[in-house]
Design a protein around this ligand. Structure first.
Ligand SMILES: *Cc1c(COP(=O)(O)O)cnc(C)c1O
Length: 221
């Protein structure tokens, strides 16, 4: 019998493909990042066994507690850091993650550049944009995004591949996704990480290349 999370994963993958088709996009251009935060190996294993390989975690320490072991069995996992990064955790983040989606200030850019040189590792990097300019939320402000991406490139030699956002909880996400796409256009970036369980189809229709879906796959946290 099929595990519940595996059935939900299949349904979400199908909905991603349908949303891509609706907007004339290729389903292969949308990557589903399964957000496994708060869930343990016993919940993650069925999803790995079903063949899924791209996962997101929001805390460095939590990810360190489960992914090294899971990776011994599933060596081709691609792990994304989708939560805020402290500069004193940059070394651990560079060692563990394949994609860091939350570069959002100069101190982090500097710490990542240093650790990447030291470890000889180059995780792919996205800049988080605080599209709603919410005071409590991480991310660069929309108006500072182009300058920050330039700073990362020119001062720190970082290759920034795209942008990520988390729209305000209580607003229509569409305008935020459209803003992120516009900013990516201005900075010449191809990757757009946007859309979660409740709005990933809208995000895909507005150009998301990566959607981060947690509860719709793993269940309520
Ligand atoms: C938890 C989380 C998600 C997934 O949220 P769901 O609503 O469970 O799909 C996506 N992005 C970030 C940054 C998160 O922290």
């Amino acid at each position: 019998m099929m595990d519940e999370s595996t059935a939900r994963l299949e349904a979400i993958s199908r909905r991603c493909a349908e949303a891509a088709a609706v907007s004339g996009r290729d389903a292969a251009d949308v990557t589903l990042v399964a957000v496994s935060k708060t869930f343990g190996p016993e919940e993650i294993l069925p999803v790995l066994a079903a063949g899924h390989r791209v996962f997101g975690e929001n805390r460095v320490q939590e990810a360190q507690g489960k992914w090294p072991q899971l990776r011994e069995r599933f060596t081709d996992v691609e792990l994304h850091l989708i939560g805020p990064l402290q500069s004193n955790k940059a070394g651990e983040a560079v060692a563990l993650f394949d994609v860091i989606e939350t570069v959002d200030r100069e101190k982090i850019a500097a710490a990542l550049a240093r650790e990447m040189a030291k470890q000889g590792k180059s995780p792919r990097l996205l800049v988080q944009v605080n599209t709603g300019a919410e005071p409590q939320k991480a991310g660069v402000l929309p108006g500072e995004t182009v300058a920050f991406v330039d700073l990362c490139r020119e001062k720190y030699g970082l290759v920034i591949e795209g942008l990520m956002c988390i729209p305000p909880f209580d607003e229509n996400p569409g305008p935020h996704f459209a803003l992120l796409r516009k900013l990516a256009g201005e900075t010449g970036l191809g990757i757009l990480s946007m859309g979660m369980s409740s709005d990933f189809e809208t995000a895909i229709e507005l150009g998301a290349t990566h959607v981060r879906v947690g509860s719709a796959i793993f269940g309520q946290r």
